[in-house]
Design a protein around this ligand. Structure first.
Ligand code: FAD
Length: 467
């Protein structure tokens, strides 16, 4: 149990909060998307929120927590989906939201503090005609370090691939969790030590990412009476080398009409849609292609009247995990999966899954570049009935060559490749020898003998509050 008063004394003037209601609120993320995680993690709470304002204060917090053996779980904006930022063993929630300065903007690059919110960064870089290459659909709330430590890709991935692709993050500065915390600068392959490691092996205090030319993207919604026509059209657009999009997604009927309530007035109940962000100079050639394919444009932000646009969210807030969020608001019993449909037969694989599951798993695809090819990932809605059926749906996908990144697990490995990430593990040994950073998220650290072949779910023995 954390000795709060001793810790507070060691933290001096650094801002802390121990009101249990506020601590509980800041100990949560969007884990409740999953009925499984909701059950497992609902009671999780930290002991103290600590809000540093500088790297020097981060060092002071880590030093004090190391000395007292207190776990530290970093938090950006808390929009992760798998309990990533939840302190499973209690202790300190390190709230980095107030370290949000934009330090420099230069041609092709921006340097920020970890808690800078993506939309805020873009507002500043747009003054120089540049924007972020990639952002999650939580653009308006998520922090840049949270995206790098917890996310994978998003809007822009159709051109730039994912965060894991070399070049999409240029440099990270991190602080280690040791008796005397060290400040390290990581670049090149070393970035993979801490990227998508959920803050289990270092606290990011500065980020440098590349920028792209900024456009006034045009939101477009295209309707089809058949889902696979929508998928083939999206695939055609994604492979049209002369056209520029920032986002290409498909969503199967009746999800768009039933869940995209603000856009409902533009949609038919039977519409499966393609959701697009199109560069202004690509609109005319895009329309020519759409006309040839007999695609019906339901909505265009560049020609819609002010009255039509009033209250509409941007199209990217219908995509990625916002599709699920909009569904959950209408029908809280649904959930979702994360699927990869690998190149080159991604469209056939989507067709097969659509045939097998029909409306039990309404389709939702995000077209991306993956290892240099156009492929698609999916975040299909699942009309949840039981854990057993959810497991069956996962197994059927995997048996058909569509790997699942399971969003119903809180560990790195079970949500990812189901194997030890030796690079991240080795770096944790070096940078967090006591295992105090975000405990319970790296199976390889907690139980090096865990048998991945057993198909068992990892249960973190330190899961304090829920046990
Ligand atoms: P948090 O949730 O606060 O943290 C994420 C992880 O990073 C946690 O493990 C945390 O401990 C760690 N962390 C945070 N800050 C630091 C730091 N300074 N140093 C070390 N570790 C740190 N994700 C995508 O990739 N693409 C999407 O399109 C996408 N869409 C989403 C839509 C919705 C509606 C929701 C709810 C989630 C979505 N997500 C998506 C997941 C999430 O929003 C993003 O990954 C987001 O970028 C996380 O940022 P955050 O600031 O909220 O991070």
């Amino acid at each position: 149990m954390t000795d709060i008063s001793a810790l507070k004394a060691a933290l001096g003037d650094i801002r802390t909060e121990d009101n249990p209601a506020i601590v509980k609120q800041k100990s949560r993320d969007f884990f409740w998307y999953s009925p499984v995680l909701k059950r497992e993690l609902d009671a999780v709470t930290g002991d103290l929120i600590v809000t540093p304002k500088s790297e020097a204060e981060v060092i002071q917090v880590l030093k004090a927590c190391y000395a007292q053996g207190v776990p530290v779980t970093p938090r950006g904006s808390g929009t992760g989906n798998y309990g990533q930022a939840m302190p499973l063993s209690g202790g300190v929630v390190l709230n980095l939201a107030e370290m949000n300065a934009i330090k420099s903007i230069a041609p092709g690059r921006v340097v920020t503090e970890p808690g800078a919110v993506l939309a805020h960064i873009d507002r500043e870089t747009r003054k120089t005609g540049q924007e972020l290459r990639l952002h999650p659909s939580t653009y308006n709330t998520a922090s840049l370090a949270g995206f790098i430590a917890g996310g994978s890709g998003g809007v822009g991935s159709i051109n730039w691939g994912g965060l894991r692709d070399l070049g999409n993050v240029l440099r990270l500065r991190i602080v280690t969790m040791e008796e005397e915390p060290r400040v390290l600068e990581l670049g090149g392959w070393d970035l993979h030590k801490v990227m998508h490691a959920y803050g289990t092996n270092g606290i990011i205090t500065e980020v440098e990412v590349p920028l792209d030319v900024a456009y006034d993207w045009v939101d477009v919604v295209v309707g089809f009476d058949d889902y696979m026509r929508a998928v083939r059209f999206a695939n055609l657009l994604a492979n049209s080398d002369g056209l520029l999009f920032k986002e290409i997604a498909t969503v199967a009927a009746p999800v768009p009409h039933d869940y995209f309530l603000r856009h409902q007035k533009f949609l038919k109940k039977t519409d499966s849609v393609v959701l697009l962000m199109v560069a202004p100079h690509a609109i005319d050639p895009f329309l020519a292609l759409a006309a040839r394919e007999k695609a019906e444009i339901r909505y265009r932000s560049d020609t819609a009247s002010e009255a039509e646009k009033k209250g509409l969210p941007p199209v990217y807030e219908l995509t990625w995990n916002h599709t699920t969020l909009r569904g959950l608001r209408v029908d809280p019993s649904i959930t979702y999966l994360q699927v990869l449909y690998p190149f080159p037969d991604h469209v056939e694989k989507v067709g097969r899954m659509t045939e097998i599951f029909g409306d039990e798993v309404p389709g939702h695809l995000e077209f991306i570049r993956f290892d240099g090819n156009v492929a698609c990932t999916g975040l299909p809605i699942v009309r949840y009935t039981s854990d057993e059926r959810l497991d069956e749906i996962i197994a059927i996908h995997e048996d058909n060559g569509c790997p699942i990144f399971n969003p119903h697990r809180y560990t790195l490995e079970e949500g990812g490749m189901k194997q030890t990430n030796e690079v991240q593990l080795a770096f944790k040994r070096e940078a967090d020898p006591k295992g105090l950073l975000n405990p319970g998220k790296m199976v390889a650290w907690e139980n090096p003998d865990f048998d991945w072949e057993s198909n068992k779910v990892f249960l973190f023995p330190g899961l304090r509050a829920s046990s």
